[in-house]
Ligand binder design. Structure first.
Ligand SMILES: C[S@@+](CC[C@H](N)C(=O)[O-])C[C@H]1O[C@@H](n2cnc3c(N)ncnc32)[C@H](O)[C@@H]1O
Length: 428
């Protein structure tokens, strides 16, 4: 018996096998597949359709005469091994209980990475009750979510504690998102810089979402990942005494700094709450405008962030975010590097996945307001050495080329009128 990769000449036999099991052959050319062959006969087949985050298991079938020999388990194990640490997703009407015995869990489609919607099995709208089973990947790079959050907290805690900007003249000084970008070059005016209290602008943003937000007097604005409060303080003047600004951040040192500045400079309509943007400390339907500046790429579950944003916005409310996204996937070593994660590189999503995650949360009119390249600068020898521990073959040139695929994006979106609660996945 031979378990091997599917070849073009296997196509007819595989189609017969799938046809006999009433499984579709559509989109098979978008998959990589394996067959079990015995003599001249193809006894089993499995295929994977891959996105950067998900491996969709397709066409898992064993010929009727070969069932009961454990071939299905072998094919599933192979698919799992070939998934490369991605979330595994299986849409099935028949073998759900069998998959559950093998560690898969029934999973709402909305909890799968957004890029699953680009695959043959999941594109477009699904039926209300389609059963999906998944084995979720560990958080990005294979780290536990709390490991990543702790690295992020440490990084931004130490930037806040330093008191000044993280941005120094050399690459070694650049320790956070936005470092190396001048605030003026990402869309702030001299007036903005003068209006915020000294110490609030740590140079960590990668855009100016306030400029996009067309804030009105009396509105309630929420800033996801408010840092030392720069955007929150600028917004405070726009919403005026009848309005309110809430900043949420998970790093205690950032909160301390922001709260200190608010108290010293009399920003009575601004409040900073400690919390995770993946579980916002805000009641549903309270907020007119959500902004975020170079933060969502740091979240371990971006889909959850956008669902939370949707939950707390009023119907008709606006989302205006600046963030970093990828034009192409990073090398695996860079995805695993916690420093690269905390510096806003390794956690960044592909642009299309980012936009899809916003749409999947229920937002409409998802539009790119601005898009530009982003300069991470040359990697330091320490950064190169750290990455080469993970992958000795990685050169400084590879790292530079990968970082050059990062873009700054400004996106706006609307929570439609009449939507009272978050849109859930089709199988919730
Ligand atoms: C790059 S800084 C941007 C700060 C601010 N938006 C600015 O433009 O100055 C990222 C901030 O997001 C916060 N942060 C990262 N992940 C977070 C999460 N999951 N929940 C809450 N805050 C988070 C960090 O503590 C840090 O203050």
């Amino acid at each position: 018996m031979n378990l091997r990769q599917r070849q073009t000449e296997d196509r007819a036999a595989v189609e017969r096998l799938l046809g006999a099991a009433n499984l579709t052959v559509s989109g098979l050319e978008r998959t990589v597949g394996w067959v079990i062959q015995e003599g001249q006969a193809i006894l089993g087949h499995v295929a994977l359709e891959l996105t950067p985050e998900v491996a969709v298991i397709r066409s898992l079938v064993v010929a009727p005469g070969a069932q009961g020999r454990g071939l299905g388990g072998q094919l599933l194990d192979l698919a799992e091994a070939q998934g490369g640490g991605r979330t595994l997703a299986l849409r099935t009407e028949t073998i759900g209980p069998w998959a559950e015995r093998r560690g898969f869990g029934r999973t709402p489609v909305g909890e799968l990475p957004a890029s699953v919607r680009t695959t043959t099995e999941f594109e477009g709208d699904l039926c209300a009750s389609c059963p999906v089973f998944a084995k979720l990947a560990a958080a990005p790079g294979g780290h536990a979510a709390e490991t990543i959050k702790s690295a992020v907290r440490q990084r931004y805690g130490s930037i806040a504690a330093q008191g000044g900007s993280c941005c120094g003249p050399t690459a070694a000084d650049r320790k956070g998102c936005g470092c190396g970008e001048l605030s003026l070059s990402v869309g702030y005016s001299l007036e903005d810089l003068a209006a915020a209290p000294d110490g609030a602008n740590l140079g960590l943003g990668c855009g100016n979402p306030i400029a996009l937000a067309s804030l009105q007097e009396g509105e309630v604005m929420l800033d996801l990942g408010s840092g030392a409060g720069f955007d929150a303080f600028l917004a405070s003047r726009r919403v005026g005494p009848q309005g309110r600004v809430i900043g949420v951040d998970m790093t205690p040192e950032m909160l301390e700094k922001a709260r200190g500045l608010a108290a010293r400079h009399g920003f009575s309509n601004v409040e900073f709450r400690q919390g995770d943007i993946e579980a916002l400390p805000v009641e549903p339907g309270q907020v007119d405008v959500i902004i975020s500046n170079c933060v969502i790429n740091l979240a371990t579950d971006k889909a959850k962030v956008f669902r939370e944003a949707f939950r707390v916005l009023k119907p008709g409310g606006r989302l205006m975010v600046s963030d970093l996204v990828l034009q192409k996937p990073l090398p695996a070593a860079m995805r695993q590097d916690l420093d690269a994660y905390a510096a806003c590189l390794a956690g960044a999503l592909l642009k299309q996945d980012y936009l899809q995650a916003i749409r999947a949360a229920g937002f409409k009119q998802v539009e790119i307001a601005d898009e530009a390249g982003y300069d991470f600068g040359d990697p330091t020898p320490e950064q190169v050495a750290a990455l080469q521990i993970i992958d000795p073959g990685l050169t400084p040139g590879d790292i530079r080329a990968a970082a050059a695929a990062v873009a700054r994006l400004k996106v706006s979106a609307i929570k439609p009128l009449g939507s009272g609660s978050p849109v859930r996945g089709c199988c919730d």
